[in-house]
Design a protein around this ligand. Structure first.
Ligand code: ZN
Length: 188
């Protein structure tokens, strides 16, 4: 328990100035805790995996180093975060391609965190859509996330199913909203 609480507190402090992209601008820690919670719902109670879940964006987004993670939380947590960190020198398209290509080679634990991460992101696309994202961009993101999730061939089945349900639901809602906008525009 100690390790996880320390990691959650560390993540809260380091991500304190970061908000989620969505229009409601939720504090970033909400996303990190959601990812950890999704794993616990699958029965994952390995503290190092849960710690890596709340730290998974810390190198990419707020400049934490792998060395610092290793010193504070140990080798395994640092190496899980390393597996989940994209090369930010690449552009977003290249990063996405690489993410899909690398997914099947990730460890089981890293795949579980990745699927939970994408599930949280797809949920947010509907519940707090990123500002300025139209229907197509939202659908493109959800489709990318789905390809990625299905490339995580060793991820827990229940989590993948949960993702799939959320994906279907989100796509239906995006379409419904688009139809509504279209109808109300064309009728008025
Ligand atoms: Zn994330």
């Amino acid at each position: 328990m100690k390790l996880f609480i320390n990691a959650a507190r560390f993540a809260a402090v380091r991500h304190r100035d970061q908000k989620r992209k969505g229009v409601y601008g939720a504090p970033y820690i909400n996303h990190l805790l959601e990812v950890a919670q999704l794993l616990t719902l699958e029965g994952i109670d390995d503290e190092e995996i849960l710690a890596a879940a709340v730290l998974h964006d810390s190198v990419e987004d707020v400049g934490v180093t792998f060395l610092e993670l290793e010193e504070r939380f140990g080798k395994r947590v640092a190496s899980l975060v390393r597996e989940l960190t994209d090369d930010m020198r690449l552009n977003s398209r290249e990063r996405k391609q690489l993410e899909v290509a690398h997914a099947p080679t990730l460890s089981e634990a890293a795949q579980a965190i990745k699927v939970a991460d994408k599930l949280s992101n797809v949920r947010a696309i509907y519940s707090s859509p990123p500002e300025g994202w139209g229907q197509e961009r939202k659908q493109d993101y959800c489709d990318f996330a789905r390809v990625l999730v299905h490339s995580c061939t060793h991820a827990p089945k229940g989590l993948v199913e949960r993702f799939e349900q959320t994906y279907q639901e989100t796509m239906r809602r995006i379409e419904k909203d688009a139809n509504y906008t279209f109808t109300s525009k064309s009728s008025g």
